[in-house]
Structures are given as structure tokens and as C-alpha cells.
Write a protein that binds this ligand. Structure first.
Ligand code: SF4
Ligand code: SF4
Length: 313
């Protein structure tokens, strides 16, 4: 089971939901902090460091003695990370996505790839929770490769919760891709509704089942609830606007530990996501079984809705 927790805007309580939900699992669970520009799940989970790895992407390095300035590399690179004006090209590593294309198209074999560090992945064990977090280096803007490096550490046999970055741009897509279910966290305010609509459009485009958690219920108005009702979007949990929650958060404490009366709320959320992800997985298993059944037709049997592979993650 891979569950992603996302939100259209920052500050809605995404990490609060992720860490408290992770704590409600009795057995081993993985929490992946994919908000690599500002990881903060570790503030709530005190544990033992288990390791740290440097993550780098391959960027081009040009051998001037071989280059004739043909410009093929620059014409290929859609990110303008390598530019040639009839001369030896300039390389802008901070814009490079590490696709390797420029090296492949260079007719003079003048480009080799060298590692360019973008950040680190840290693993911490906090009781039954394995926290894996990415931390982007200062000045680096390319977060999707680091997010993919975080997700590459995910063990498929163990339930996983992905704490996504805020928004609806590339880093969020990189996080959500491969998830079985998405929890969208929002607030009952006009801003919350605006960004929830963007997030709903995003997950519908990705064709991932989803539900909503409304945080700070009691502020704002009922338009988020009306929207979810009209769109038939399940509201999985409502967290009241309780000052004690904000105080626990500011002390780096889990709600379910500082305020035990909220444990039942997160237990219900855990059951709701487990039920929905098992339905999704049963559906995929059914598709897989049907595809695997002997076919009497002469046509191809490859199914485009195949189960996830490591490449999808
Ligand atoms: S494609 Fe190769 S030879 Fe042509 S400009 Fe780029 S590095 Fe130089
Ligand atoms: S590796 Fe890809 S992104 Fe980087 S400079 Fe070459 S073509 Fe551009």
C-alpha cells in the first residue's frame, strides 16, 4: 500500500496528518518525507539515525579537444542546460535534468557525464516507523530527482505514507506517481477551497483515487464541504480548530500522543485509507488476473494498466 498525503497549498496540516497517521500503525510502516526543500516530519519522530546517502545526477562535461561547436547538444536540450553558439557549449548544471540526451546526440562523442550532487537521503528508525527523508542542498532547484531517490528506498512489502510537497507542480507529481491512494488535506477557507480544486484536478488527471481531510474545522465557511458533496468526494476526517493541536505542533509533539482523545480520529482515518487502498489493489489484482488468464484471441495481451513497477515509482 502506498498512500500519498498532499495539499494544494502549504500550511494546511499535511505533515500533521502524515506523522499522526503513521503512528497509528501497529506494525512496520514507512514514512517518506518527499517535501525535500523543507522536510519536517523528523521534528515529530524522535528516532535513531540509520544512514545517510548522497544523491547526485549526471550532468554533461564537454571535452573541448573533441568538440567542433556543431550545436547538436544545445538543440536537443529542451531545458537550455547546455548552449552552443557555434562554439564549445556552455553547461548550466543547475538546470540539467540528467537525461543524458546531449551525450547521446553528440556526433563527436565530446560529452561525458559527471556526478553533480543535489542533496542527501537520510533514514531514521522511530520505533515501528522507518522515516526516509530527502534534503535538497541549498541553491539546488531540481527536486524531482531527489524525490525519486527517496522513493527508490521504499520497500513495497511494507505500507508506505508519502508526505508530498505543497502545490500541484512537478515535485508533487513526482511524489504522487505510483501511489495507490491520495489524501488531500485542506482548510475550510476560500484559499483552501481554491487550492483544493487545483489538487483535485491534478489527482483526477493522474487517475489516482482520493479523499479529503478537512483541517481546522470551525474557521472559515462550509464551501469546502459543499464542493466535496457536489463532487462526491469522500471526507475521510475532520480535525477541529483546536488551539491545543497548534500548541502540540509547536512543541514537536504528535497529536495522538499529546491529546489522546484524537487517537480515535486517526484510527478512523487509518481504517478508511486501508479499506480504500485494499479496494484499489483488489481491483488491480483483478485486472492482472484477467490479463494473465489464457487468451483464445490472437491479439496482444499486454495490459496498459499493469501493476506498478520500480520504474513507476
Ligand atoms: S554536440 Fe558535441 S560536438 Fe556538437 S557542440 Fe555539442 S559537445 Fe560540441
Ligand atoms: S543531460 Fe539532458 S537536461 Fe542535462 S544538459 Fe544534457 S540534454 Fe540537457
Amino acid at each position: 500500500m502506498i498512500l500519498a498525503v498532499a495539499s494544494g497549498k502549504g500550511g494546511t496540516g499535511k505533515t500533521t496528518v502524515s506523522v499522526n497517521l503513521a503512528r497509528m500503525f501497529d506494525s512496520a510502516v514507512q514514512l517518506l518525507d518527499c517535501d525535500v526543500e523543507e522536510p519536517n516530519a523528523h521534528l515529530f519522530l524522535k528516532g535513531t539515525p540509520r544512514g545517510e546517502e548522497i544523491v547526485a545526477i549526471p550532468v554533461p562535461q564537454v571535452d573541448e579537444s573533441l568538440c567542433d561547436g556543431c550545436g547538436e547538444c544545445g538543440r536537443f536540450c529542451e531545458f537550455h542546460a547546455i548552449v552552443s553558439y557555434g562554439t564549445v557549449p556552455l553547461v548550466f548544471p543547475e538546470m540539467c535534468h540528467g537525461c543524458g540526451g546531449c551525450a547521446m546526440v553528440c556526433p563527436k562523442k565530446a560529452i561525458r557525464e559527471v556526478d553533480n550532487r543535489i542533496g542527501i537521503v537520510q533514514t531514521t528508525q522511530a520505533e515501528n516507523i522507518t522515516l526516509i527523508q530527502g534534503r535538497l542542498d541549498i541553491g539546488v532547484a531540481m527536486s524531482p530527482p531527489l524525490i525519486r531517490a527517496v522513493k527508490a528506498r521504499l520497500l513495497k512489502a511494507v505500507p508506505a505514507i508519502l508526505d508530498a510537497p505543497p502545490g500541484t507542480s512537478c515535485p508533487v507529481i513526482a511524489t504522487l506517481r505510483g501511489a495507490d491512494f491520495v489524501v488531500l488535506v485542506t482548510e475550510p477557507t476560500p484559499f483552501g477551497l481554491h487550492d483544493l480544486k487545483l489538487a483535485v484536478d491534478m489527482v483526477r488527471e493522474l487517475r489516482i483515487p482520493f479523499g479529503v481531510v478537512v483541517n481546522r474545522v470551525g474557521i472559515g465557511d462550509d464551501r469546502v464541504h459543499v464542493f466535496c458533496g457536489n463532487e462526491k468526494i469522500p471526507i475521510l476526517l475532520e480535525i477541529p480548530d483546536d488551539r491545543r493541536i497548534a500548541e502540540a505542533y509547536s512543541r514537536g509533539e504528535l497529536i495522538v500522543e499529546a491529546l489522546p482523545e484524537y487517537r480515535a480520529h486517526f484510527e478512523r482515518l487509518r481504517e478508511a485509507v486501508l479499506e480504500r487502498t485494499s479496494t484499489v489493489l483488489r481491483g488491480l489484482a483483478g485486472v492482472s488476473a484477467r490479463v494473465a488468464a489464457p487468451s483464445t484471441s490472437a491479439g496482444p495481451t499486454v495490459d496498459s494498466r499493469r501493476m506498478k513497477t520500480d520504474a513507476d515509482l
